[in-house]
Design a binder for this molecule. Structure first.
Ligand code: CA
Length: 231
């Protein structure tokens, strides 16, 4: 298997060194950036498979980087936050972070989370390979190009974040089936993700905003008392 590249954007040298050391020991490739600007440059040049992103950087916030990254090319992001940070978990997830860890963290836990993210990506790509490379017609003028992780509506590419895409594909793969918020959190974010179910509501709202033509009907139906389904 190809070596997975992890970019560490963290201004505290000791934490950065500790992460680099542990990740390399596990067989990952790493590079470290110590400012946001350096981080953005390395994202473009190093093309990491995953980013460990400190929320509080000297020149910009991790949120700003998150916004830029998910817009340009989706790559999984784990946010690193300090206990003292007034960290808005929901905002982080909304901006496309896949998971987050709080300092001081247990290195084993960091590794477990990283591996869980890579495992999910692998499962998704296996599913893609098993499928055909054609567009999946979903109705409502929506087509899915899984090999490119792209959704097209009436011929125009829909700008999804990484997680919005994952959620949409999951619902599309199980069209007509109702899932509870907890089930979606489990299937799309992974069992080890500790966010709450509001994260699901926020992502569904965003999908609706991007996909629905009319305000009174939605491609994603709320099933009262249960959860959501794609119709
Ligand atoms: Ca910091």
């Amino acid at each position: 298997m190809e070596t997975k590249k992890i970019l560490i954007i963290e201004d505290e040298q000791s934490i950065s060194d500790l992460l680099s050391y542990s990740l390399r020991k596990e067989g990952f490739g790493t590079k470290a950036a110590f400012t946001g600007e350096e981080g953005l440059q390395m994202i473009a040049e190093y093309k990491p498979d995953l980013i460990l992103l400190d929320l509080m950087l000297p020149d910009m916030s991790g949120f700003d980087i998150c916004k830029k990254v998910t817009k340009e090319h989706p790559v999984p992001i784990i946010m690193i936050t300090a206990k003292s940070d007034t960290f808005d978990k929901i905002l982080g997830m909304e901006l496309g972070a896949d998971d987050y860890i709080t300092k001081p963290f247990d290195l084993r836990e960091v590794l477990v989370r990283i591996k869980a993210i890579f495992r999910r990506i692998e499962l998704i790509s296996e599913a893609i390979e098993a499928n055909e490379f054609n567009a999946l017609q979903l109705g409502h003028g929506i087509e899915i190009f899984k090999e490119k992780r792209e959704v097209v509506k009436n011929g125009i590419r829909v700008d999804f974040t990484n997680k919005e895409y994952d959620l949409f594909i999951f619902l599309a793969d199980h069209k007509g089936r109702v899932f509870s918020r907890a089930e979606l959190l489990d299937k799309v974010w992974g069992y080890d993700f500790t966010g709450d179910t509001r994260t699901v509501d926020i992502h569904v709202q965003r999908l609706r905003k991007k996909l629905d033509e009319r305000k009174d009907t939605s491609i994603i139906e709320t099933v009262f008392g249960i959860g959501y389904k794609l119709i």
